[in-house]
Design a protein around this ligand. Structure first.
Ligand SMILES: Cc1cc2nc3c(=O)[nH]c(=O)nc-3n(C[C@H](O)[C@H](O)[C@H](O)COP(=O)(O)OP(=O)(O)OC[C@H]3O[C@@H](n4cnc5c(N)ncnc54)[C@H](O)[C@@H]3O)c2cc1C
Length: 408
């Protein structure tokens, strides 16, 4: 059945199909709908199960979720940590703190929050289901990503296909095509994320602090620990060198052995605390950093366009920013009767420099977090000289970012 025509008749109709109902796809649907654009979301999974345990949402992302009217619901689930802390994995000495909580709201105009991925995904999906301009189709596996193939599921030929289908995007393959001079590929980074959790209501052993986000730094590896939301439980992510095949091998025992190996020589208290966590498995980390993002009728957002390492905890935040930026570019094109290809060009032009800057911050963090020897000593010395206020200043360009338009 076709989408109903917009009630106020203000914008000419544009039919958009979004492939993938992860954070990028669902947020994109809500952002388009907020700007009066009707969307179909096609997801290959039969049900929406979030992958992983917790996620950090920085103010540049929560500002957009706020503009979409989601924060009243999300606030019931998320937790606003008091600070973001860097600590030495061997000595447990605190190296630096960036204040968060009320400070983040004041400085960057929106909360810094941690939340369980399941609660975030459910909130987004419920809002999509409830919106009259959105339709969510689950269990849809497309052979190809042409308008005709999509129309077979939705009953309408889309004018634009948004590839929000993650790091192994098939929409990306169809944009790049075999003849492209810049084929986009997902490349294994050489690093693996091992995830563990301490479920809610289980006591949190020291040195873990359930009121803050802590990154414990060590030689060639680091461990991030933070609460999963406001009903307790701790999210633990260990990142270090590993093999792409780690995912298929990652039983509980293998995960424990890999984590013990990564953190050999670290603080015994930290290792003992990790023993009480439940291993979830391994995520080999892939990056996408090249190739075109659109071909005039298809456009990529989120990990499909620019999967990045989680060293700056910004992959989902960038997907949320993409969603808002694309909706604004399309709404602007419809209002001013600009053609869609030009709107997609402006979207990509506005997003690429920011993505590259965030990627560079992640690469710097990777170098600094995993340092050893004199570099580690230098890092610790430099951090010891910086006040929390100075450290916060360093995040203004990232967390204080405002997109042009209504959704920021
Ligand atoms: C260890 C780790 C920690 C992280 N921590 C953070 C953090 O704290 N903060 C942060 O901002 N980011 C973080 N990230 C990054 C973040 O998780 C991702 O960038 C984000 O989830 C990407 O969302 P997405 O919607 O683009 O892709 P995905 O989440 O991969 O969603 C893609 C969706 O498309 C569907 N799909 C795939 N192919 C098809 C198809 N052919 N047809 C239909 N549907 C399809 C999939 O089933 C899925 O539902 C982290 C990443 C990792 C690995």
């Amino acid at each position: 059945m076709p989408h109903p025509a917009p009630a106020d008749g203000s914008l000419p109709q544009l039919k958009v199909a979004i492939v993938g109902a992860g954070i990028a796809g669902l947020t994109s649907a809500l952002a388009m709908a907020a700007r009066g654009i009707a969307v179909d979301v096609l997801e290959r999974a039969e049900s929406l199960d979030a992958v992983g345990a917790g996620i950090q949402l920085s103010p540049n992302a929560t500002r957009i979720l706020q503009a979409l009217g989601l924060t009243d619901t999300l606030r019931a689930f998320w937790f606003e940590p008091d600070e973001i802390r860097l600590a030495d994995g061997r000595s447990l000495q605190t190296l630096a703190t960036v204040p968060s909580g009320a400070f983040a709201r004041r400085r960057w105009g929106a909360p810094y929050a941690v939340i369980s991925r399941a609660d975030l995904q459910r909130t987004l999906a419920d809002a999509v289901r409830a919106h009259p301009l959105c339709r969510l189709h689950l269990g849809v596996s497309l052979g190809d990503h042409t308008p005709a193939a999509i129309a077979r599921h939705t009953g309408e030929m889309p004018d634009l296909i948004v590839g929000a289908d993650g790091v192994r995007s098939k929409v990306r393959d169809s944009i790049s095509g075999p003849l492209s001079s810049h084929p986009a590929t997902a490349r294994f980074s050489g690093n693996v994320a091992w995830r563990l959790t301490l479920p809610p209501r289980r006591p949190v052993p020291p040195p873990f602090d359930p009121t803050v986000v802590t990154a414990y730094l060590g030689r060639n590896a680091h461990l991030v620990a933070y609460p999963m939301g406001n009903d307790g439980g701790l999210n633990l992510v260990a990142i270090g060198s590993g093999r792409a095949s780690a995912e298929s091998e990652a039983g509980k025992a293998v995960t424990r052995a890999a984590v013990a190996d990564l953190f050999a020589g670290w603080s015994p208290a930290l290792l003992a605390a990790l023993e009480s966590a439940d291993p979830l498995g391994a995520w080999p980390l892939y990056e996408v950093s090249d190739g075109p993002w659109h071909d005039g009728t298809r456009v990529l957002i989120g990990d499909a366009a620019h999967a990045m390492m989680p060293f700056a905890a910004q992959g989902a935040a960038m997907a949320i920013e993409d969603a808002a930026a694309l909706a604004e570019a399309l709404a602007n094109a419809l209002t001013h009767r600009i053609d869609i290809r030009s709107a997609l060009d402006s979207f990509v032009e506005s997003r690429k420099p920011r993505i590259e800057k965030v990627r560079a911050r992640g690469a710097f963090n990777r170098f600094a977090y995993h340092a050893s020897g004199p570099v580690r000593v230098g890092r610790n010395f430099v951090l010891s000289l910086r006040t929390p206020e100075r450290l916060a200043e360093d995040f203004d360009w990232l967390y204080g970012h405002r997109l042009p338009g209504l959704l920021s």
